[in-house]
Design a protein around this ligand. Structure first.
Ligand SMILES: [Zn+2]
Length: 301
């Protein structure tokens, strides 16, 4: 699990436990509360002992002690619930795991982090699109088509390749798509090809329990956005191999992958090879859009 996610989980856990501890300290200061509280703990142990020895335990006294506490707490606007940690996630108690599997709340934390990062960096949304900056209707039409594509749950194509020179609006469109998916609570990973390639290399060269985390998110996220494919160095036995593995798996699982690149199709084929090329762009499975230099009337501020 990523460091940042762990930090958030730990913070949630700590806050819940601190609050419970504070409430308990407060409750213990209420008149008569401590006696009933201590008596209850003693009775709980006696009950366990009795049950272990197969003896009958009369729960009446225990119930009385609890009722007395409820009464005192109630007068002070507290409940017994307030004395135990109220975890943000009831399923995993803010540990991030349920029976050794990652809890759903972790997925949500990841998306929130991406979203926060985007908000901090002024992530563009489709609502931000000022179509007057475009010089032709074709690209406006494409933006609108992609907005529909991002919104629908009935999509037939899951991979998109945005091809063209720097500064023609590819990354802008990727941001709009990412924010749309985040709105739908999807788990989104948005990385430059350079960053992703570094993770591939780490995965390839790590041989301990940390290995998996370098690859996992790329395989499991609902929407993967790779910015600027072709800007990364090609590492032997790493770059092409893991890119293929990743894209192939995402195609099999019908997961959304959106790639932007300055490379033309011929370059992609030459650099990544036929096999990988067919996973990046596939006539039947991909949406390919070639941005033209003349698409933008003026440079985005
Ligand atoms: Zn959870």
């Amino acid at each position: 699990m990523e460091k940042k996610v762990l930090e958030i989980l730990n913070e949630r856990k700590r806050t819940a436990e601190m609050k419970a501890k504070e409430n308990l300290l407060l409750a213990l200061s209420f008149k008569n509360f401590k006696e009933h509280y201590t008596k209850e703990k003693t009775l709980i142990i006696e009950k366990a002992k009795a049950q272990a020895m197969g003896q009958i335990f009369n729960s009446y006294a225990l119930k009385t002690e609890i009722d007395q506490q409820i009464l005192i707490l109630g007068k002070n606007n507290l409940t017994r619930q307030d004395l135990v940690p109220q975890y943000f996630c009831k399923k995993c108690g803010d540990t991030g795991f349920v029976c050794g599997e990652e809890c759903d709340c972790v997925k949500q934390i990841r998306s929130d982090l991406v979203l926060k990062n985007f908000v901090d960096n002024n992530l563009k949304t489709f609502a931000d699109c000022d179509y007057s900056i475009f010089d032709n209707n074709e690209i406006v039409g494409f933006y609108k088509k992609m907005q529909e594509w991002a919104k629908t749950s009935q999509r037939k194509r899951f991979s998109v390749v945005l091809q063209g020179y720097t500064g023609v609006g590819k990354t802008f469109l990727q941001q709009c798509l990412a924010s749309e998916f985040l709105k739908q609570n999807k788990f989104v990973v948005f990385k430059t090809a350079f960053e992703m390639n570094n993770d591939f290399l780490k995965y390839h060269t790590t041989f301990d329990e940390n290995k998996l985390k370098y690859m996992e998110k790329y395989l499991t996220c609902d929407a993967l956005l790779i910015d600027d494919l072709g800007s990364e160095p090609i590492y032997k036995n790493v770059t092409k191999e893991y890119l293929y593995l990743l894209l192939n798996q995402r195609i099999i699982e019908n997961k959304i992958t959106i790639v932007s690149t300055n490379l033309n199709l011929e370059d992609i084929k030459n650099i990544y090879g036929e096999r990988c090329f067919s996973r990046i762009i596939n006539k039947n499975q991909s949406i390919l859009y070639q941005f033209k230099n003349s698409d933008l009337r003026l440079k985005k501020a």
